[in-house]
Design a protein around this ligand. Sequence first.
Ligand SMILES: [Zn+2]
Length: 226
Amino acid sequence: MRRSVSIVFVFLAVLGMGLPLAAQQFPPPFQEPYTTASLWNDLMRGNTVYKGGSLPYTGIAGARERTADKQNPPVTVLSCSDSRVPPELVFGRTVGDLFVVRVAGNVADPFEIASIEYAIDHNWTKLIVVMGHQNCGAVVEALKTDDPPTPSLVSLVQRIRESFVGLPLWPEKDRVERGVKANALSSAAYLLAHSTVIRKAVLDKRVGLIVAYYKLESGEVEVLQQ
Ligand SMILES: [Zn+2]
């Protein structure tokens, strides 16, 4: 009896010592070996903390120091420029964790594709996340029948419009959400269609590809395709 009590005591003591240690490090490093599932789980763990409303970041100076002369971010994110969708916060990650390409409407053209290819070529990327978000202004503009006021904006919304397959059948109340989701899926397909480097890496299963949808109110990230 005494033995089992002392074992329980030791267990509790170790647990008690472990908690502050765990609390001291946020976010914990990505778990190796990197797979699509392990990286996504780590992103979702960070997202759960973010949804809770506070991120207990620690070790930022250490992360800066470790990455000052090198980086190895295993996740590349293509997401919108929208100020309400900061990937590092949404996924609860820190300096050196994410290679992020942000552009209004999370669509890719040569420079965005080049950025993603650069990270793959350096053998950093193991997972690409293409993330659209609730109430995306770029998608709202693309859904309008009038064109926006500048040639650059017109070419952006025209690209987004290409993804609106079946638009006349979409119920009015769901149009923005359906547009955002169609655009995110189309944007991921565009990467595969227009970059041999990305396509080969994904087909060879060296790099995973997940399409996601971010909800502004709850902070939740939903998987659309993987
Ligand atoms: Zn947006």
